[in-house]
Ligand binder design. Structure first.
Ligand SMILES: Cc1cc2nc3c(=O)[nH]c(=O)nc-3n(C[C@H](O)[C@H](O)[C@H](O)COP(=O)(O)OP(=O)(O)OC[C@H]3O[C@@H](n4cnc5c(N)ncnc54)[C@H](O)[C@@H]3O)c2cc1C
Length: 466
């Protein structure tokens, strides 16, 4: 502990059990670990010296961002021998360059603060998640976060120009130069994106900015079916010149859960429907008449029997109210009871047949579970979750998690999909990765891990078994 105090200085090492406690449990309360201590470095140099020390002494280090991850990646194991490394004090915005459409931020910056800094420079940083008031850029990079604007701007990986990373032995790799073109050998930085802290500790990033959104049209639409949603998306993309930035599927149960548990949420449509989409078209040109584009597309889709009903937001307040339904589904699910989550992706053309097949399987095999399938349908990404039916046993429901997951993920594989679209592997899905990744992929992943972290000190047991 003396060595750590020397490296991190006063206030840099937490020793009080009550102060350490919040760092020991993940957001979903799936895991509760123990830790030697929590380190709160203020500088890259402190992180460099801390990792060099831990590497020499074979001490596991668990990088910790906003702790909103869904797979237990930021939680230490039960050994009590690992150090939690919180990035929260490394939270400076180092530079904003509106002409280069880029900014450099430290890993501990909260995502919403980065969005704000871009906005103040008359630019847009488009990553947007329900957790944006808490999650950190380092966590977003390390999970390759997705969210609600992927359709238009891509996942976190596509928003990165450069990274600064502290390696396991304390060396610092810096590729923070804000270049859009740089074909100089292997793209090493891309390996850290989505690596969940198992290959290095990200300390800063150069991120891409975009022109600010000057006008947006948002609609909440009842659709005939999941297939109708997919067809509506294709029509909207064409009619808007590919300016659809979000296209989110919301099932009836999503409306029921949010209106029941989240204050201020109400169903914007007059009668209940089975499937809805929340869609948004945006432009950086204030004069674009997006409301007209959206309304005309919806009208023709109504005639084609794809759309059953719709409401177009008339003000920012109405727009926010529509988004609140979508963004509070995870919270409403959590309040409602136990849930089993599957963060899957498929080619959009396979979404409807998949939902039918996997939905039938659930109906026939899980009488105490109710399907809550929602999410980023424009990216082929569904949160294909099950909530415990009211009045049933939580323990009995959760005890079947392994076999239910296996059945659903096997169906996903049969449709050519992925068992982890945007939430990563963490500790939760290590076994799934072993089952569904090819032997060649696994061999290469293990070789990369050995090269970057030969002593296995970086987030041990996450992504790959240690
Ligand atoms: C309400 C809600 C909505 C959400 N919506 C979405 C969504 O739409 N899309 C989506 O993709 N996710 C979503 N998430 C999940 C989560 O917010 C994201 O995965 C987010 O990117 C995690 O960031 P974090 O800072 O909380 O990371 P943490 O949970 O703290 O950590 C996640 C992983 O990254 C590692 N890590 C953290 N910081 C660093 C660093 N500096 N260097 C190296 N490794 C690091 C950790 O060790 C861990 O393995 C949602 C979560 C909630 C609670």
């Amino acid at each position: 502990m003396t060595a750590l105090n020397d490296i991190l200085g006063s206030g840099g090492v937490l020793t009080d059990a009550a102060e350490i406690e919040p760092y020991l449990t993940d957001h979903r309360h799936l895991y509760h670990g123990r830790a030697l201590t929590v380190a709160l470095p203020r500088s890259v140099d402190q992180i460099s010296r801390l990792l060099a020390y831990c590497n020499d002494n074979r001490i596991g280090v668990v990088p910790h961002g906003g702790n909103t991850g869904y797979c237990g990646g930021a939680t230490p194991d039960e050994s009590g021998q690992q150090i939690v490394l919180s990035l929260k004090r490394l939270n400076r915005i180092r530079n904003v360059d509106p002409l280069n459409y880029s900014l450099i931020v430290e890993a501990g910056c909260i995502l919403a603060d980065v969005q704000r800094a871009a906005d103040e420079a008359d630019r847009l940083f488009p990553l947007s998640l329900g957790s944006e008031g808490t999650c950190q850029i380092g966590g977003n990079l390390s999970t390759n976060a997705g969210g609600t604007s992927v359709l238009r701007y891509g996942m976190m990986r596509e928003l990165v120009l450069g990274l600064e990373v502290v390696l396991a032995d304390g060396r610092v790799l810096s590729t923070l130069g804000a270049l859009r073109k740089d074909n100089t050998g292997y793209d090493i930085k891309s390996l850290f994106l989505g690596a969940e802290g198992t290959l290095g500790v990200i300390t800063a990033a150069t991120l891409k900015l975009f022109s600010k959104v000057r006008t947006a049209a948002t609609a909440f639409v009842a659709v005939q079916s999941v297939q109708a949603a997919v067809e509506l998306l294709a029509r909207l993309r064409e009619a808007s010149g590919d300016r659809v930035s979000s296209f989110e599927l919301i099932p009836r149960i999503g409306i029921e859960l949010t209106t029941r548990h989240i204050p201020g949420v109400r169903d914007p449509l007059k009668q209940p429907y089975e499937w809805h989409v929340l869609c948004e078209v945006t432009s950086s040109r204030a004069a674009d008449r997006l409301d007209d584009v959206l309304t005309e597309s919806l009208a023709t889709a109504f005639e084609a029997n794809l759309v059953l009903d719709a409401v177009v937001a008339q003000s920012d307040r109405e727009r926010e109210a529509l988004w609140k339904i979508r963004e509070t589904i995870p919270e409403a699910q959590r309040i409602d009871g136990a849930s089993l989550k599957h963060d899957i992706s498929l080619p959009v053309t396979s979404l409807a047949p998949f939902v039918t097949k996997a939905g039938d399987w659930i109906r026939d095999n899980v009488p105490d579970g109710q399907l809550v399938a929602y999410g980023h349908v424009g990216d082929g990404n569904l949160h294909f979750n099950l909530n415990q039916v009211a009045g049933t046993s939580r323990d009995v429901f959760l005890a079947r998690e392994g076999s239910i997951k296996r059945a659903i993920h096997d169906i996903v594989r049969d449709f050519g999909g992925s068992f982890s679209a945007e939430h990563g592997i963490g500790r939760l899905k290590v076994g799934e990765l072993e089952r569904y990744a090819s032997p060649v992929e696994l061999d290469l992943m293990r070789a990369v891990k050995r090269t970057f972290d030969p002593n296995g000190i970086l987030n041990p047991g996450k992504v790959l078994r240690s």
